[in-house]
Design a protein around this ligand. Sequence first.
Ligand code: 6GU
Length: 227
Amino acid sequence: MKIETVTIFPDYFAPLSLSLLGKAQNSGILNFVVHDLRGFSTNNHHAVDDTPYGGGAGMVMLPEVWGQALDPILVNDTDLIILTPAGKRFDQNLAEKLSASKHIVFACGRYEGIDDRVRQHYSSDQYCARNIRVHEISIGDYVLGGGEVAALVMIEAITRLLPGVLGNPESLAEESHNEDGYVEYPNFTKPPTWRDIAVPEILLSGNHAEIAKWRAAAAEERAEKNL
Ligand code: 6GU
């Protein structure tokens, strides 16, 4: 999978070379390319934003700069993710869908966002015919300073689903994971007692049917608390 990000802060993406993602890149499973948006600004001060038409606070990112950056990157069969707190909520289901993509481009907006004509332009029939799919995505109900951290979150959630990225593929396949892909029951490891707190005895029993029952009940109790 090829993943490209367009940002005015390329340094935000340094973590992509760490840990499992770094290894996946070295083994050729993943190919990350980070583009500096400012390099596509043709105006005097390398500006990437201007004041909003209609007035109001903040600055809006210039469509011309984004067009120059995205035109050469948007080859046929690409998912273009525009990161904005006003987008559709990212979840495990979308992570799974996007993990089937060959090419994902993350457009990281700053300030009050990107001029909406960028979304409109790349959503037109001309791009649809080339299998270029535009998604406006938010990672949750809070406001970040920009899309960079959101892109990192999405990249981690999507790429860990690819064959060969996780150290232990069984952590993906294990049936005790819920539909969202995570273990819901509380976990314990050595020692059997830590600071006077004992591991629930059933987990040391070796009785797998009883352990499964205990875990299901503990998961339910936890889910109720988090409502
Ligand atoms: Cl994608 N961007 C920003 N700026 N804030 C967010 C977000 C994205 N998702 C949640 N909050």
